[in-house]
Design a protein around this ligand. Structure first.
Ligand code: URA
Length: 249
């Protein structure tokens, strides 16, 4: 019977980011890849990804099933894997081992803050599933006076529908930090409708001028990360975010 833990060498090298499938085939044929100290036989050679020692030009190609990075997304970068015009959130992760990373969720191009970059589709699906209502807290700067009355409105839900359609938001928590011509608030929402925060303020006659995501469930943006910086999740962060999203949905 075929051992399911076995994998083609060219596929393994491509997934670990050594090169494209075509490139790694060439490297293997040129004898640049060794498996357990022996020059690899060919691209179709089967390896046990967690046990065999694979080297490329003498350097170990370490196996990583899943990778998880916390990114402080800067403005001007799109929440995508690849883009013809713009830099993507995945482009910013330079040390990645795997080729299949993607952003778990979206922030608008002009929004900054917490974005999880991973290749763990199950976790991403659970984090983003509308039925799970994972809390997300944003720091928001808006033009105009923010009042307790608005906090009440957001707490009971506001209609952000367009073209005559009603689209009510779920109760959201508004904490006012500073109110004036320009106001600063924290807003926690439990869903992720398209442009939700901007549309909530727009529905109240205000314009968002700066938006930054601070938390997503138990995951909190590391304040040491400047826009554009990232780091792997700690074991504890990963455990917490996995545990809270485990189980049925
Ligand atoms: N709400 C928005 O309007 N934009 C974002 O990027 C995230 C939430």
């Amino acid at each position: 019977m075929e051992d399911l833990r076995m994998m083609r060498l060219d596929k393994f090298l491509a997934e670990m980011g050594v090169g494209s499938r075509q490139e790694v085939k060439k490297y293997i044929r040129k004898g640049m890849v060794c498996v357990n100290g022996e020059t690899a036989a060919g691209p179709e050679q089967k390896i046990r990804e967690t046990e065999d020692l694979v080297t490329f030009q003498g350097e170990q190609v370490a196996y990583a099933a899943y990778e998880y990075y916390m990114l402080n997304k800067p403005a001007g970068v799109v929440s995508a894997t690849t883009d013809a015009r713009d830099t993507t959130a995945v482009d910013l992760i330079r040390e990645k081992k795997r080729k299949d990373l993607f952003p778990a969720g979206r922030l608008d191009k002009d929004t900054e803050g917490l974005l999880l970059i991973t290749n763990d589709g199950t976790l991403a699906h659970r984090l983003l599933s509308p039925s799970r209502h994972v809390d997300k807290t944003y720091f928001v700067r808006v033009e105009g006076l923010v009042t307790e009355e608005l906090a009440q409105t957001f707490a009971s839900g506001i209609d952000i529908g367009e073209n005559g359609q009603t689209e009510m938001t779920r109760p959201a928590k508004l904490e006012i930090q500073r109110s004036g011509e320009v106001s600063e608030v924290y807003l926690t929402i439990h869903e992720g409708k398209y442009h939700q925060i901007k549309r909530m303020f727009q529905a109240a006659g205000m314009r968002v001028i700066y938006l930054k995501r601070l938390t997503m469930g138990s995951l909190k943006l590391d304040p040491a990360l400047k826009p554009g910086e990232y780091r792997p999740l700690t074991r504890e962060e990963l455990k917490n975010v996995t545990d809270e999203n485990a189980g049925r949905h």
